[in-house]
Write a protein that binds this ligand. Structure first.
Ligand code: PEP
Ligand code: MG
Length: 594
């Protein structure tokens, strides 16, 4: 989506765009604009009996492209009037190119008559139409030729379902700008080579945002108009705390942000000094601070941050960016690496939580990828219990790793006692099978805990506590499902409120159920890593918080300023409130006393 910029050699005007600051820090660098031109286009003949299916595959890609374009158009409405009109006009043109157009008819004809595969048919048709525009020697028509190539690239991406694999080869120091980055795309980014990223789509608590925080990459999502009037190589600043993207910044702006980078580095050095100090409150209560792990490469960060364990290992990384499934041995190697790396500190391995925004390619079909409501579909523990070979391989690998050090097993998206019983039964069967083969596993077997992240699970926490060895409260999904706010959708990000009384009551209910049943309870949603909430969560009785390694320093700093008796009193006062604004006010006043 490029507009004709006839600025010539004039210095380009500074523009500031706003979105959601999802991962703090400042990045300054040349823009890498992730268009899809690099995607390899498969080229093969379709047999006569496959023509109908190929046409349907193409129709599905057109439908997916139209859906994306309409979503982008909805976003563009948030831009200032003049920009909104311009972007809207451009997107309308793209929509028209996919609606009974020469392009669509031409591709269908090539599939039907020439038996070429859909991707190649799109490429051929786009080439022909684009060339005919170029040949007219008119700047306006040449720009339309560029538009049609952009539409073609979108179609090809939807046909091939290609991740932005090119991200691995982006020039050092670049800032990536994209329409959308999936969690799998983000996992491919090397934070030592890439300065930061921004995208048009994406919410604050989606997994792309979580991955950015894990990689400590400054990132802004939900930025309307990001890809208009930008050329590759333009200087870009990402302000991941404020949610600002500055395109072609003036010299003074760069200087201001460079100074901010230095301040942040100084703060990080100060926080690093806390590493060896205990996370203990002013009145002497020890708090456990653990790390969430998205990718194995964060292990060093977790150790460097002084994490007392891994409170949540998201095992989806093993299933990302590949066509096949990892077997038991491969998983065992990965888990064993974590257990050994943590040198005796507990490692909480969550079984596969695929689904929602966490689709892994080899599981897309099994994982309800095509479901109308993937967030409510066959995902996480439901999928594991349905596909026992998948689950058993994972349990086998975890059990084998448990011989190397303390391991806990965590089940995602549990909502009923029956699920825990079935999972425990499966665990027992796999343990017996391993023992029969003489394979070493821990004795007793690892504790089996559940995520409390579905409102129904929180409300039934007393029943679940009777069957579980520990709880891990997942506020990211708990908030999403309680408030019916899609955590990945930037359009409703302002409504995603951790301090909503319904959310706090569910947390409180789950914590009290765990305390009554004398089982451990931790909180591993993103709330755990935000020092604004630390006083409230400790006041509610939580003593174990698990977060991205980069967050541990700031949370520890907050813990060390807190008096638990005062925190408990303030939490009590907050829980008496019915109004979110009043809750936020009471919490902010309490934090200001520190
Ligand atoms: C949660 O839902 O809070 C959680 C920790 O799990 P995830 O973010 O992986 O869904
Ligand atoms: Mg979750």
């Amino acid at each position: 989506m490029k507009t004709d910029d006839s600025a010539g050699d004039k210095p380009k005007r500074e523009r500031v765009l706003h979105g959601l600051g999802v991962s703090p820090g400042v990045a300054i660098g040349p823009a890498f604009v992730s268009d899809d031109h690099e995607i390899a286009v498969p080229d093969y003949r379709v047999p006569a009996d496959g023509i109908e299916a190929e046409r349907e595959r193409f129709a599905a890609a057109v439908a997916a492209s139209l859906k994306q374009l309409r979503k982008l158009k909805g976003k563009a409405a948030a831009l200032p009037a003049s920009a909104s009109e311009e972007v809207g006009y451009l997107l309308d043109a793209h929509i028209a190119m996919l609606t009974n157009s020469r392009l669509v008819r031409g591709v269908v004809r090539r599939i039907s008559e020439e038996h070429v595969n859909a991707e190649r048919a799109v490429q051929m048709e786009i080439g022909e139409i684009g060339d005919s525009f170029d040949a007219m020697g008119d700047a306006y028509l040449a720009a339309r030729g560029e538009d049609i190539r952009v539409v073609g690239a979108r179609l090809i991406r939807n046909l091939t379902k290609t991740p932005y694999a090119a991200l691995q080869h982006v020039a050092e120091g670049s800032v990536i700008l994209a329409e959308e980055l999936t969690p799998a795309d983000t996992a491919l980014i090397d934070p030592h080579r890439i300065a930061g990223f921004a995208a048009v789509l994406g919410g604050r608590e989606g997994h792309t945002a979580i991955m950015a925080r894990a990689l400590e990459l400054p990132a802004v999502l939900g930025v309307a108009g990001l890809l208009t009037q930008i050329d590759p190589g333009d200087t870009v600043i990402i302000d991941g705390a404020e949610g600002a993207v500055v395109i072609n910044p003036r010299r003074e702006t760069i200087a201001r942000y460079e100074a901010q980078q230095q301040t942040l580095e100084r703060e990080e050095r100060q926080l690093a000094r806390l590493r060896r100090l205990p996370a203990v409150t002013r009145d002497g209560i020890e708090i456990t601070l653990e790390a969430n792990l998205e990718l194995p490469r964060e292990l060093d960060q977790a150790m460097a941050a002084g994490a007392q364990g891994l409170g949540l290992v998201r095992t989806e990384f093993l299933y990302m960016n590949r066509e096949d499934l990892p077997d038991e041995d491969e998983q065992f190697e990965a888990y064993r690496g974590l257990v050994r790396g943590m040198a005796g500190r507990p490692v909480t391995i969550r079984t596969l939580d695929v689904g929602g925004d966490k689709l892994a390619a080899p599981l897309t079909e099994a994982g309800g990828g095509e479901s109308a409501n993937p967030a409510l579909g066959l995902r996480a523990i439901r999928l594991s219990l349905r596909d026992r070979s998948l689950f058993d391989a994972q349990l086998g690998a975890i059990l084998r790793a448990s011989a190397e050090g303390p391991v806990r097993i965590l089940l995602p998206m549990v909502c009923s006692v029956a699920e825990i019983r079935k999972a425990r039964e499966a665990l027992g069967q796999v343990a017996r099978r391993l023992k029969r083969r003489g394979v070493k596993i821990s004795d007793p077997p690892p504790p089996l805990g559940v995520m409390i992240e579905i409102p129904g699970a929180a409300l039934a926490a007393d029943a679940l506590a009777a069957e579980s060895d520990f709880f891990a409260i997942g506020t990211n999904d708990l908030i999403q499902y309680t408030l019916a706010i899609d955590r990945t959708d930037e359009q409703v990000a302002d409504l995603y409120n951790p301090l909503h009384p319904a959310v706090l009551r569910l947390i409180q209910f789950a914590v009290e159920a765990a305390l009554r049943a004398r089982i451990g309870v931790s909180l591993c949603g993103e709330m755990a890593g935000d020092p604004r909430y630390t006083g409230l969560l400790l006041g509610l009785g939580i003593r174990d918080l698990s977060m991205a390694p980069g967050k541990i320093g700031r949370v520890k700093q907050r813990v060390r300023t807190l008096d638990l008796v005062a925190a408990g009193r303030r939490a009590h006062a907050i829980m008496d409130q019915l109004d979110d604004a009043r809750i936020a006010g009471l919490l902010d006043d309490f934090n200001a006393l520190a």
